[in-house]
Write a protein that binds this ligand. Structure first.
Ligand code: HDE
Length: 688
């Protein structure tokens, strides 16, 4: 015990750690020094606790209020700090200061799932939120997007219905964090405009391997406005440096059991070890003439603009280089607002965006409890900010001077007169689609919003065979959890408008007859395939940012292990040693090798590729270990590369591993591990 520690003054044998030297004094929230943080104040050792105990009461009072309402959507999220660097000159398109070439802007990014609560798992089949707050020199710009470029609905008025249907059901409060249930598919099958997004949601896009390996999209059409006031339409894209990578469904299900925090941990560890996640920011820019020539409406959030039609121009990069100091203060309290916009960027008339412009400000008041939520450090602009808004709950500013109104004729120099309007302030641009579309007040949508299938078809024809099989299987899985036969039928009837083969595969998978097609409100048009929509076509063959699990046991050869570790590191990957005991394995030469993971707690689904380095005896021992057999079997089933020492072969045989291009000698694992082996899939599982 150090001299700053004493035992027993409260007769409980507890430790009292005392201030002194560099150790600061523990105080109440009001600064009163506390002498005993272990015992409440009682009237006699066995007597009642006293109301007078302000130390106890303050501590419990604060604890009782530690939770705030979680976000109604996107409750589960992970955030990090970073910066944006503008890498291209787009001053012809926008006057926004953050896009001036070479400018670096501090930012905060939060990724999220949508349906689950704050304590739910990281890897359900769900859309991911991708929200970025740029602290620009002209105020905050929030690009609050998703990892999918389209959305379920066209009009904000339908959002509460969508969310009510997908969240846990109202009476039974399950399922948590998933769409595979009656109410979601009931709503979705009655809402044909959701078809395109259903296709994305049922694809591997909703099963990202890592938050660092997914794209982000602003979804809506926005506008860029230049110095002369000329505006262009724009869509925003984030492209991950590590390429796209998803998990497959069986792997995802097992990941949920293996690690509830798979994505949060992955993001944290990457940043913590200096492997900073990075995305490029790209824009698709187009004008009114282009917009009017398309078979879809650019104001419709259920539609995208194929990258083959309007290429994505890269204009900058985002690097996330700092983990939060405190999850609650930063990730939980960050408040994104699509209304946070800066001069040079503007909204469009997309009716979904327009609804969002109201919703987010409102929700922050309910979540954070005060109109002054912008004063919380993670939300506060880094540029000078000031106005005459005053007071309110949790006001932390102490404004000086007499003037709390404007105009005023008190001194404009110094603090008394206060801030004034600026000619460089934000000006709403004349909306290029607006002028000729304002008219009678109507509750209706523009004509092309009635096309619900063309782009769902586009998504299907752009997918690879494996991706098609995954989509068909995902629909089958989800609908297998739906107990209402008419909802299953209606969903399949809707899919017939997307693709007959897809509808037939899902009907077969469910074991139901193919229903008649739903009448399409507007006949779809066929668009040429867009390779940019496929994940598989946009993967990067690399070990960078990836982990290779290396299974070792007593008797393994140290030199073999070292060679694999070096090769994986040399290829930019992270080797993780896994052994039956986390303390390590006793190698052939008698030395101990420490492992980072214990076999049962580190199943192969948490890795991107695996290596098995065993001696004949070690292998014999592991043949009797279910977790070891499963480790290899899953790696094979999840289409991963497997590198094995000769002596490990019996374990591979027992796990049903069959030779193919992804089953390699130990020495080749760093090369083979850079990709997945899609050709293997038909041999390892039946897909719809
Ligand atoms: Fe959101 N959404 N949303 N949303 N959304 C929220 O705001 C809403 C929509 C998105 O990490 C809420 O602060 C409406 C589309 C992200 O904190 C809420 C509509 C897109 C996040 C809200 C939409 C998004 C939210 C809940 C239909 C992609 C998490 C808590 C008009 C472009 C941000 C909060 C974070 C969060 C409302 C549709 C993305 C209730 C009404 C489309 C990434 O205000």
């Amino acid at each position: 015990m150090s001299d700053t520690e004493q035992r027993n003054p409260g007769n409980g044998g507890e430790t009292h750690q005392q201030a002194g030297g560099d150790v600061p004094v523990l105080t109440t929230n009001h600064g009163v020094p506390v002498s005993d943080n272990q015992n409440s104040l009682k009237s006699g050792a066995r007597g009642p606790t006293l109301l007078e105990d302000f130390v106890l009461r303050e501590k419990i009072f604060h604890f009782d209020h530690e939770r705030i309402p979680e976000r109604i959507v996107h409750a589960r999220g992970s955030g990090a700090h970073g910066y944006f660097e503008a890498t291209d000159d787009i001053s012809d398109l926008t006057k926004a200061a953050l896009f001036k070439k070479g400018t670096k802007t501090e930012l905060f990014t939060r990724f999220s799932t949508v349906a689950g609560g704050a304590g739910s798992v990281d890897t359900p089949r769900d859309v991911r939120g991708f929200a970025v707050k740029f602290y620009t020199t002209e105020g905050n710009w929030d690009l609050v997007g998703n990892n999918i470029p389209v959305f379920f609905i066209q009009d904000a008025i339908k959002f509460p219905d969508l969310i009510h249907s997908v969240k846990m059901e109202a009476d039974r409060a399950y399922p948590q964090a998933g769409s595979a249930h009656d109410t979601f598919w009931d709503w979705a099958s009655l809402t044909p405009e959701s078809t395109h997004m259903q296709m994305w949601a049922m694809s591997d896009r909703t099963l990202p391997r890592s938050l660092r390996m997914m794209e982000g999209f602003g979804v809506h059409t926005f506008q860029l406005v230049n110095e002369e006031g000329k505006s262009s339409f724009v869509k925003f894209h984030w492209k991950p440096k590590l390429g796209l990578q998803s998990t497959i469904w069986d792997e995802t299900l097992k990941l949920q059991a293996a690690d509830n925090d798979y994505h949060r941990r992955d993001l944290w560890e990457a940043i913590d070890t200096g492997d900073f996640p990075e995305w490029e920011l790209g824009i698709q820019v187009f004008d009114k003439a282009f917009a009017e020539a398309q078979p879809y409406d650019v104001l419709d959030s259920t539609k995208l603009i194929p990258e083959e039609d309007v290429p994505v121009r890269i204009i900058g990069r985002m690097v996330l280089d700092r983990n939060v100091d405190n999850f609650f203060a930063e990730t939980e309290q960050v408040a994104f607002l699509p209304t946070n916009i800066v001069p040079g960027i503007d909204f469009s008339n997309d009716p979904l965006l327009q609804g969002r412009l109201f919703s987010y400000l409102d929700t922050q008041k309910s979540r954070l409890g005060t109109t002054n939520f912008h004063q919380i450090p993670v939300n506060a602009p880094r540029s000078p900010a000031g106005n005459f808004q005053r007071d309110g709950m949790m006001q932390t500013k102490v404004p000086k001077g007499r003037a709390n109104y404007e105009p005023n004729s008190l001194s404009v120099v110094g603090e008394d007169g206060g801030p004034r309007e600026s000619p460089n302030g934000f000006v709403t641009t004349t909306n290029p689609t607006g002028a000729d579309e304002q008219g009678e007040k109507l509750r209706m949508r523009a004509e092309l919003f009635g096309d619900h299938y063309s782009q769902a078809r586009l998504f299907w024809v752009s997918a690879t065979d494996n991706e098609k099989a995954h989509i068909a299987s995902a629909f089958t899985f989800e609908l297998s959890k739906v107990g209402l036969a008419h909802v299953q039928e209606r969903t399949v009837a809707n899919l017939r408008n997307v693709n007959e083969e897809l509808a037939t595969r899902v009907a077969d998978g469910l074991g139901i007859p193919l229903p008649a097609a739903n009448p399409a409100f507007r006949a779809p048009v066929d668009m040429p395939p867009s390779p940019a929509l496929s994940i598989q076509k946009n993967m990067k063959e690399t070990l960078e940012g990836r982990q290779v699990g290396i299974l070792i046991a007593d008797g393994s050869d140290g030199a073999e292990i070292d060679a694999v570790v070096a090769a994986v590191e040399g290829a930019g990957g992270k080797p993780v040693l896994v052994a039956p005991k986390v303390g390590g394995a006793k190698l052939a030469d008698g030395s101990m090798k420490k492992a980072q993971g214990q076999l049962a707690g580190s199943p192969s689904q948490i890795f991107d590729a695996v290596a098995v380095v065993l001696s004949a005896d070690g292998c014999k021992m592991l043949l009797k270990e279910g977790a070891a057999v499963q480790w290899v079997m899953d790696a094979f089933g999840h289409l991963k590369a497997i590198g094995a020492s000769d002596a490990a072969k019996p374990l591979l045989d027992k796990a049903g591993v069959e030779p193919d291009a992804g089953v390699v000698a130990l020495a080749d694992i760093a090369t083979a591990g850079a990709k997945r082996y899609w050709d293997r899939e038909p041999g390892v599982r039946t897909l719809a």
